[in-house]
Design a protein around this ligand. Structure first.
Ligand code: F6R
Length: 602
C-alpha cells in the first residue's frame, strides 16, 4: 500500500527520503518517487518497480543545503504502475504526494480540464496539485491556495505539497489516511507511519482527521476547522519491528484488522455505480467460453470454491475447482471453451504455476487472481486481476483470502453482465451489498474481547469440526485451516449435511463444533444439522444472527442482508478465534512451525 515521507532541514535529503521509503517497503508498492526543492530549484525523480531502481536514478544527485522534500511509494489503484502515475505529481512549479482516495476527483478534474489544464497521469492525486496552482495563479498566496484546495477535497487523504511559490515550507493535510510529524531540533519529518522516522526524529505528533498546516523554519503551524491550534508531541518509539505492526501484537492480527480498509482498495475503480468493471480485462477473454475451471492451493483453493458457488448461481456458468497438486497428475481432459483461472496470493506457488502451464499447453485461455504484480503466475496468464491486499506478512493468510473472495464475487457479476444472466435490479442489489463489505469486516473491541474470552474454552478436546453449507462450506474449510495452522490443534471443515454420513460418530462433549449458521442461506437446514450434533452432546459454538438456544457458546452476527456480508463477518470471527487460541497456547502466530509463506516447491 502507498507510503509517504517528507523532510525539511539541512541534512542530505535524498538519503533521508529513500531510507524512509525503504522502511515502508513491507507494505508493498509498485513505483516510487521523490521531489526536493533546494536553492529555489525543484528536482524530481521517479521509477517503476523496486526502490533500487530509484536509487540507481538518483545516484549522482546530492542535496546538502537547507531544503524541503517529499517522497512516496505507490501501490497502483487509479491507473497502471507507470512512471507517469507514480507520485510526486507535478504542476508547473509544485509537487504533491497523497495517500487515500479523492472521491470527487472526476468532477474536479473536469473543471480543471475545462480551464485548459493538461493532466499527465490517470490518478486522482494529480487534481490536488493543479487545483493548488489554479488558486495560486489567481491569488498569489500559496498558503491561502493550499487551504482553498483542501476545502474542496472529498474522501480520504494524507497529503504533502511543496511549491516554488513558497520554497521553504511543506504544506500538509490529513483526513482518513494516517500521517504523523516527527521533530528533532530544527529538523521536521513527515511519514504515513512511525517506521521511516524512527532513529531520526525523537518526538512525534500523530495528526487527527481534519488537521492541516505548514512546516517552516523548524516549526509546525497546525490548524483545524476552528482555526490555528496548539498541539503537544510525544516521545517516538524506538523499536522498528513493533512499529511495523502498528501496535498490534502480530502481523496476522494487524492484517485481520486491515481487511476492512484493503477491501476499499480491492473495489476501487472496479465497483461502479451500476456495474462492475475491470479495466485490466479484455472482454474477449470470455468469448467462446462456456465453462470455467479454477485451480489453486490451500487458502486460495478455499476462495476458489466460494467463487464456484457464486459463478454457477449468478453468472450461470459451469465452474469446477481443482487442487493444483491433484490436477497436475490426473491427466485432466481439457477443452478450449474452458477459461482456466488460477488463484494465488504470492503468484509463485509451484503447483499452481505448473497447472497453469499445462492448461496453456492444452490451448486454454487463462486468467489469474493474484496479490503480486509481475509474479510468475501473473506473467504466465493471458489476463490478471490484482487483489490489492498489500503485502501479507503473517504466514496464515487472512486479508489475501478476503480480497480473493471479493475479486471472485466481482468477477461473477462481471461475467453475469457479459452473459446477461442478471437483471439490472439484481445487479444493483449485489453492488449495494458489496459496498457494505468494509463494514462487515470491521473488528470492534466488543467482538475481539468476546473471542479472547471464548478462546480459553477451546484449548483441549479431541478436535474441531467447522461446519457450514453452500458458500459457508468453503468458509468452514478455511476456518479449520486457520485454526490448525497456528494452534496445531486438529480441525476439519465439513459440509454440515455430511456430518451424519460418518463424522457424527466422533460426537461427544470433547468434540468442538464451530457452526456457521447464516440467516440468508439455508438457515433451517443447517439448524437441523447442528441440532443433530447437540443431541449427541457435542460442544457447539454457534455463529449466527439468529439466537440458537442449544449452543454452548454463541456469537451473534450483525450483517444479514446478503449471504456474502454474513460470509465476511463470520470469516473475521473464525480468524479471531484461531488467533486467540494460538496466543493462549503460546505459539508463534506469525511464523507457524513447518510452514512457509511462498511454496515454490512441489
Ligand atoms: C494458508 C495459506 C496457504 C496458501 C497456499 C497457496 O494460510 O496461506 O494455504 O494459501 O500455500 O499459496 P498462494 O496463494 O500464494 O498460491
Amino acid at each position: 500500500m502507498c507510503g509517504i515521507v517528507g523532510y525539511l532541514g539541512k541534512n542530505e535529503k535524498k538519503e533521508i527520503l529513500l531510507d524512509g521509503l525503504q522502511e515502508l517497503e513491507y507494505r508493498g508498492y509498485d513505483s516510487a518517487g521523490i521531489a526536493i526543492i533546494e536553492d529555489k530549484k525543484l528536482k524530481n525523480f521517479k521509477a517503476v518497480g523496486r526502490l533500487q531502481n530509484l536509487r540507481e536514478k538518483t545516484k549522482d544527485y546530492l542535496s546538502n543545503g537547507f531544503g524541503v522534500s517529499i517522497g512516496h511509494t505507490r501501490w497502483a489503484t487509479h491507473g497502471k504502475p507507470t512512471e507517469l502515475n507514480a507520485h510526486p505529481h507535478m504542476g508547473a512549479y509544485s509537487f504533491v504526494v497523497h495517500n487515500g482516495i479523492i472521491e470527487n476527483y472526476q468532477a474536479l478534474k473536469e473543471e480543471l480540464q475545462e480551464d485548459g489544464v493538461q493532466f499527465l497521469s490517470q490518478t486522482d492525486t494529480e487534481t490536488i496539485v493543479h487545483l493548488f496552482e489554479k488558486n495560486y495563479n489567481s491569488n498569489s498566496n500559496a498558503w491561502q491556495s493550499f487551504q482553498e484546495t483542501i476545502a474542496k477535497l472529498e474522501g480520504a487523504y494524507a497529503t504533502l505539497l511543496i511549491t516554488e511559490a513558497d520554497e521553504e515550507s511543506i504544506y500538509f493535510a490529513k483526513n482518513g489516511s494516517p500521517m504523523l510529524i516527527g521533530f528533532n531540533g530544527d529538523d521536521i519529518y513527515f511519514a504515513s507511519s512511525d517506521t521511516p522516522i524512527i532513529g531520526k526524529a525523537t518526538e512525534v505528533y500523530y495528526l487527527e482527521d481534519g488537521e492541516f498546516g505548514f512546516a517552516k523554519n523548524g516549526k509546525v503551524t497546525l490548524f483545524d476547522s476552528n482555526g490555528e491550534k496548539s498541539f503537544s508531541t510525544q516521545a517516538l518509539a524506538t523499536n522498528k519491528a513493533m512499529a511495523q505492526k502498528d501496535g498490534f501484537r502480530f502481523f496476522m492480527e494487524k492484517e485481520i484488522y486491515e481487511q476492512s480498509q484493503v477491501m476499499n482498495d480491492t473495489m476501487m475503480g472496479r465497483l461502479l455505480e451500476d456495474r462492475v468493471d475491470f479495466e485490466e480485462l479484455d472482454e474477449k477473454l470470455f468469448e467462446n467460453i462456456d465453462n470455467i475451471k479454477i485451480c489453486a492451493c490451500g487458502t486460495s483453493y478455499h476462495s476458489a470454491l466460494t467463487g464456484s458457488y457464486l459463478l454457477e448461481r449468478v453468472a450461470k456458468i459451469p465452474c469446477q475447482v481443482e487442487i493444483a497438486s491433484e490436477f497436475r497428475y490426473k491427466k485432466p481432459l481439457l477443452n478450449e471453451r474452458t477459461l482456466f483461472i488460477t488463484i494465488s496470493q504470492s503468484g509463485e506457488t509451484a503447483d499452481t504455476l505448473e497447472a497453469l502451464k499445462m492448461a496453456k499447453r492444452a490451448g486454454l485461455k487463462s486468467l489469474s487472481i493474484c496479490n503480486v504484480d509481475n509474479s510468475s503466475i501473473v506473467r504466465e496468464s493471458n489476463g490478471a486481476i490484482l487483489t490489492r491486499a498489500g503485502i501479507e506478512k503473517g504466514v496464515a493468510s487472512t486479508k489475501a483470502f478476503a480480497t480473493q473472495t471479493m475479486v471472485l464475487w466481482m468477477l461473477t457479476l462481471y461475467v453475469a453482465q457479459i452473459k446477461k444472466t442478471i437483471s439490472q435490479e439484481q445487479l444493483n442489489a449485489e453492488l449495494e451489498a458489496m459496498r457494505h463489505t468494509p463494514k462487515a469486516l470491521l473488528v470492534t473491541d466488543k467482538l475481539h474481547s468476546k473471542m479472547t474470552r471464548l478462546s480459553k474454552r477451546y484449548l483441549h478436546g479431541h478436535g474441531f469440526f467447522f461446519i457450514g453449507r453452500d458458500l459457508f462450506f468453503p468458509l468452514a474449510l478455511e476456518g479449520a485451516l486457520k485454526l490448525k495452522e497456528i494452534s496445531y490443534l486438529h480441525a476439519e471443515g465439513y459440509p454440515a449435511g455430511e456430518m451424519k454420513h460418518g463424522p457424527i460418530a466422533l460426537a461427544d462433549s470433547e468434540l468442538f463444533t464451530i457452526a456457521l449458521m447464516p440467516k440468508t442461506l439455508h438457515y433451517d437446514k443447517i439448524k437441523s444439522n447442528v441440532e443433530e450434533l447437540c443431541a449427541r452432546d457435542a460442544t457447539v459454538l454457534a455463529i449466527s444472527p439468529e439466537p440458537f438456544e442449544l449452543a454452548d457458546d454463541f456469537v451473534q452476527t450483525i450483517y444479514y442482508t446478503h449471504p456474502m456480508l454474513e460470509f465476511f463477518e463470520m470469516m473475521v470471527i473464525t480468524q479471531l478465534l484461531a488467533l486467540e487460541i494460538s496466543v493462549r497456547l503460546g505459539n508463534d502466530v506469525d511464523m507457524p512451525k513447518n510452514l512457509a509463506k511462498s511454496v515454490t516447491v512441489e
